[in-house]
Every structure is written in structure tokens, then in C-alpha cells.
Design a protein around this ligand. Structure first.
Ligand code: URA
Length: 245
């Protein structure tokens, strides 16, 4: 675990709100490595913003606090749902289908558009999310893409090469990172990308004169979508670790 603020540590190890945690700290009800919070000791004072680590002894009312473990979920996003923590623009939040505690602490590691279906990863571990979303981590996302216009047999090689070399997206300064295009039928392809720019897949096909009519994410990293539409499951420990290897 990385260092975090003392008030955050208390929220993440108890049911207390941030305001209540700060109150406890200011009232001297918390001990960090034997030092009482709020009290000035050798020009130092333990406050809500003091950085603490899991190895530190943080005690409240005689009990050593322990962080709740992070949660990692995989979900099959239905169409017409929104990757937001609240219902928005007339669409139901994806989270409305998940019935576990402290939903507000969760976020989506790589959002999908309202009309896109498929795999989303959901967690309360912000650091872990970077392994999926940062382009520098090269985490592959595989999309099954339905296209408006058929790809002629004669243009397949050229198109595959274009996606591999990088596509110039409108409004972007740099080419997209190399992507892998596999032809399924003349109007269906599999596209593997390592970035997650806004509407990236749709913009990539627009840039080569086509149009996306259906979009479904079926794999992230080494994990494949294996639950039915609208269902979710927890990731296994080895799946969680696979994103940090
Ligand atoms: N690319 C898009 O255009 N939309 C998505 O939802 C995901 C990737």
C-alpha cells in the first residue's frame, strides 16, 4: 500500500465519514505509532493530512485499524447504460445493477460509451486502474466492431497496415499507438488497442472512411468477458495481479 492521508485511512478502515474522521483526529482520539493526534510534539502535530502507511500502528478507541481490502469487479455492460456513478442524461448508471456496499467508492477502469456493450472493470483501487488506462502500460483492450461499409478484399492489407502504423485522429497531435486489426467478415473486425482516448474506436474508423455501427469490448489484458449481459463477478486474485505484472 502507498502512503495516504490519515483521514482517508480512517474512512477506509471504519464506517466513519471524512468529517467524522477529521473530528476524531482533531479531538486526539487517534494514535499513530504511539503519538496522540492533534497534540504538538517537538513542533510536529498529527493531523488529518499526515501521511500514513499500512505498517504504521493506527489505533482508535484501543483498536488497531486495518484497511478494508480493495474490490475488483468485472461486469458485462448492457447498451443504454452510462459509465457514471449516477444516472445521467436519461440513462441508468451501470452501478445501479451492482448491489454491494459503498458503491460511491467504486470507479470504472476505462469507460465505455452509452451504446457500447461488453467488459468493464470496476474497482476502488485508483493505483491499479492506472495499469489499465495509462497508454504507457500497454494494456490491450479487444473490441468487436460492426462496420457500416464492407471492407473490400483488396483493401484489407492496406487497412491492417494503417492501423498498425497509427491513425491520425481528428483533433489529436500524435498518431494513435499501433493497433491490431483482424478481419472477421467484410463488415466485422476485431480491434486491439492499448489506449482509451475519447470515442477512440469510432474515431479511428471515421478516419479511414468507415463508420462503427456496433461496438463490444470482449477482453482486457488477459481477462475475457465471461458473464452474461448485466451480470458481474469479482476478479480472482490472479486476475487482479495479472494487470500489475
Ligand atoms: N472506443 C469508442 O469509440 N467507444 C467506446 O465505448 C470504447 C472505445
Amino acid at each position: 500500500m502507498f502512503p495516504m492521508r490519515l483521514d482517508r485511512f480512517i474512512c477506509k478502515s471504519t464506517e466513519l465519514s471524512k468529517v467524522a474522521a477529521i473530528e476524531r483526529i482533531d479531538n486526539g482520539e487517534v494514535m499513530v505509532n504511539g503519538f496522540i493526534s492533534g497534540v504538538l510534539v517537538a513542533k510536529n502535530r498529527i493531523t488529518a493530512s499526515t501521511q500514513v502507511h499500512e505498517n504504521n500502528s493506527i489505533v482508535m478507541y484501543g483498536q488497531r485499524l486495518k484497511l478494508r481490502p480493495f474490490r475488483y469487479l468485472l461486469m458485462h455492460k448492457p447498451t443504454a447504460t452510462i459509465c457514471s456513478n449516477i444516472n445521467e442524461q436519461g440513462y441508468a448508471s451501470l452501478f445501479s445493477q451492482i448491489t454491494i456496499d459503498r458503491i460511491a467508492e467504486l470507479h470504472i477502469a476505462g469507460r465505455l460509451d452509452v451504446d457500447t456493450t461488453g467488459m468493464v472493470l470496476i474497482t476502488d483501487d485508483g493505483r491499479w486502474t492506472y495499469n489499465i488506462t495509462l497508454p504507457t502500460r500497454r494494456c490491450e483492450k479487444v473490441y468487436r466492431v460492426g462496420l457500416s461499409y464492407p471492407i473490400g478484399a483488396e483493401s484489407i492489407d492496406e487497412l491492417v497496415a494503417k492501423f498498425h502504423q497509427g491513425i491520425q485522429l481528428q483533433g489529436e497531435l500524435q498518431l494513435s499507438l499501433p493497433a491490431k486489426l483482424e478481419i472477421v467478415t467484410d463488415q466485422e473486425v476485431l480491434l486491439t488497442i492499448v489506449e482509451g482516448k475519447f470515442h477512440q474506436v469510432k474515431r479511428m474508423f471515421t478516419a479511414v472512411g468507415n463508420k462503427v455501427v456496433s461496438l463490444h469490448r470482449e477482453k482486457i489484458g488477459g481477462v475475457e468477458l465471461d458473464v452474461k449481459v448485466g451480470e458481474w463477478r469479482y476478479l480472482t486474485a490472479s486476475e487482479v495481479a495479472s494487470f500489475t505484472e
